[in-house]
Write a protein that binds this ligand. Structure first.
Ligand code: IMP
Ligand code: MG
Length: 186
């Protein structure tokens, strides 16, 4: 599908590529300052975080190593219990590492609660969470997020890695989908 067609499916643009770039650079500077003299292990959560991860990693002026995880919820019925399945685990041990989880968005907080506990139990030296987007209205569990790009309203967004039915990830901006797009598929 052409990008122009994809952009036509947006009701409005929430964050332009320029706004995203500026904020990602700022997050990179903060992480660089917070971990000065240390090494960090960036853990990207596939697939949604891939674009944010790539840009953020290039804004951190420290020795950085990278790893990735993929997770999925067991389904709507079990999502409330926070049961999350690991689809792809880390390749490397994180014992003694300064781990920063890099995620696209925190919504209910169930995914990140699971990930945080799971990675702490593996003996990380420190564990921080960095998300591009935060939808606080939807939170169902208390969780501290260390680095937040943007706080956004409770609307379904796509672009810059975020998808709807695996579409729209490649859009360079973040936008709200037209409701007609959902009804088309349902
Ligand atoms: P949580 O466990 O509810 O915090 O789930 C967060 C996950 O839900 C994210 O990693 C996304 O994959 C997905 N998600 C939540 N809100 C959105 C959205 O507005 N657009 C696309 N994906 C979303
Ligand atoms: Mg995700």
């Amino acid at each position: 599908m052409e990008r122009k067609t994809l952009i036509d499916d947006l009701e409005r643009v929430l964050l332009t590529p320029e706004e995203i770039n500026a904020r990602v650079a700022e997050l990179g500077r903060r992480i660089t300052n917070d971990f000065r003299g240390e090494e960090v292990r960036l853990v990207g959560i596939l697939k949604g975080a891939f674009m944010f991860f790539a840009d953020l990693s290039r804004q951190i002026d420290l020795p950085v190593s990278m790893d990735f995880m993929a997770i999925s919820s067991y389904g709507k019925a079990t999502k409330s219990s926070g049961v999350v399945r690991i689809i792809k685990d880390l390749d490397n041990d994180i014992t003694g590492k300064n781990v920063i989880i890099v995620e696209d968005i925190i919504d209910s907080g169930m995914s990140l609660s699971f990930l945080k506990e799971n990675l702490i139990s593996r003996g990380a030296k420190s564990l921080k969470i960095c998300v591009l987007l935060d939808k606080p209205d939807r939170r169902r569990t208390q969780i501290d997020v260390d680095y937040v790009g943007f706080t956004i309203p409770d609307e379904f967004v796509v672009g810059f890695g975020l998808d709807y039915a695996e579409q729209y990830r490649a859009l360079p901006m973040i936008g709200v989908l037209k409701p007609s797009v959902y009804s088309r598929k349902d």
